[in-house]
Design a protein around this ligand. Structure first.
Ligand SMILES: NC(=O)c1ccc[n+]([C@@H]2O[C@H](COP(=O)([O-])OP(=O)(O)OC[C@H]3O[C@@H](n4cnc5c(N)ncnc54)[C@H](O)[C@@H]3O)[C@@H](O)[C@H]2O)c1
Length: 341
């Protein structure tokens, strides 16, 4: 019977007791788990070079790391985005790369809606007013500035896939006009969302009152919101980002908030994670910041663990995982599901 080595390079769960229990029931599996996200590349390579199946959360899998995996048949990303994995290098080395695109989309959409609401209703500013009033016994709402009714305003959705689409559906009930910017949306997807047209980025930036980002991070989207784009937005606009930190230039956003180019921002994701203590958004006015928790819920946490275990078991049975990223491998492997090692 083939012996399998399964390695988890880094994880966000409190513990991996469930995985340890599952693998302990399989005679043919050696299971190792680490927290190698911040570790030197040489240490990461040392731990995975003879693994058959590797699960990664945030550790960086560049061409050197991927090339060092002598036996790996399946690399699984624990999550939706996979900008920490060099997919062409996986394909070149005939390593199937899978991810979990269907997990936590509802949670991230709920996070985006929470940040939209929090910014629009100025909840954190109102806490300061409340604390001040408790001391003075006088309500002083002046520090809150203007609060606008969301009903009748325009919501701009940049990127309208699994998460953006859910945000559209959730926000349609708010009586907002919705403008979607997604050049890749087909007629079927538009029909399912009840959208008759999409708009270019500049039109959405100029016309929307609240803008929410839901694109992947790639060469096209990196810093797609920079100084010029922030200057196009209304002074009363709110910008929300639950996608990836790199789609917005952090320095430019801090400048926009400090100088009043826009009215507020709700941010869940950062260019460097965790951010350094002097990350400029910490000191910026009207910045509502959360700790990259869009994915977080008990339900989503179990969902992804079950899905990853299903992918591992599929691989051991010679079957493909649920979601292969480098589908071109199917043609390159000559009818086989995994590379020969
Ligand atoms: N905050 C969190 O905890 C968290 C959790 C999961 C995912 N995410 C992030 O959310 C983002 C969206 O995930 P998803 O599952 O909805 O992805 P998806 O692939 O389903 O949707 C992305 C959409 O963006 C569109 N798009 C691509 N390039 C674009 C561009 N230049 N302009 C406009 N639209 C563009 C695509 O056509 C697609 O419809 C990703 O960046 C992902 O990493 C964040």
């Amino acid at each position: 019977m083939k012996q399998w080595k399964v390695v988890i390079t880094d994880y966000i769960e409190n513990d991996l007791n469930w995985e340890i229990e599952q693998f302990s029931k399989m005679d043919n599996v050696t299971f190792e788990h680490y927290q190698l996200k911040q570790s030197p590349k040489a240490e990461l390579i040392e731990k995975i070079k003879d693994a058959d199946i590797v699960v990664v959360n945030m550790a960086t899998f560049d061409p050197e790391v991927i090339g060092a995996m002598e036996k790996c048949q399946l690399l699984i990303r624990h999550g939706i985005g996979y900008d920490n994995v060099n997919v062409p290098a996986c394909t070149k080395n005939k390593i199937r790369f899978s991810y979990q695109p269907d997990y936590c989309a509802t949670e991230v959409a709920e996070q985006a809606v929470s940040l939209i609401m929090c910014c629009a209703r100025k909840l954190f500013a109102s806490l300061e007013v409340l604390k001040d009033a408790a001391q003075t016994q006088i309500w002083n709402f002046a520090p809150m500035g203007e609060v606008h009714r969301m009903f009748g305003q325009t919501l701009g959705v940049i990127g309208c896939g699994r998460i953006g689409g859910r945000v559209v559906r959730m926000m349609q009930s708010f009586g907002m006009k919705i403008m979607v910017c997604d050049p890749y949306l087909d007629e079927r997807q538009k029909g399912a969302l009840g959208i008759d047209q999409t708009y270019d980025l500049e039109t959405v930036l100029r016309e929307a009152d609240i803008i929410t980002m839901h694109t992947p991070l790639n060469d096209d989207t990196r810093h797609m919101i920079d100084e010029p784009q922030l200057k196009m937005m209304k002074k009363s606009a709110i910008l929300v980002n639950t996608s990836r930190g790199g789609v917005i230039n952090t320095e430019a956003l801090a400048k926009a908030l400090n100088e009043g180019w826009i009215a507020g921002a709700g941010i869940d994701v950062y260019e460097v994670e965790p951010p350094p203590p002097d990350m400029p958004l910490f000191g910026a006015p009207n910045a509502t910041l959360s700790a990259h928790i869009g994915w977080m819920s008990v339900e989503a946490g179990w969902d992804i663990r079950y899905k990853i275990m299903d992918d591992i078991k599929a691989c051991m049975a010679g079957q493909a995982p649920a979601n292969t990223v480098n589908k071109e491998l199917d043609g390159m492997l000559g009818g086989k599901v995994y590379r020969e090692v």
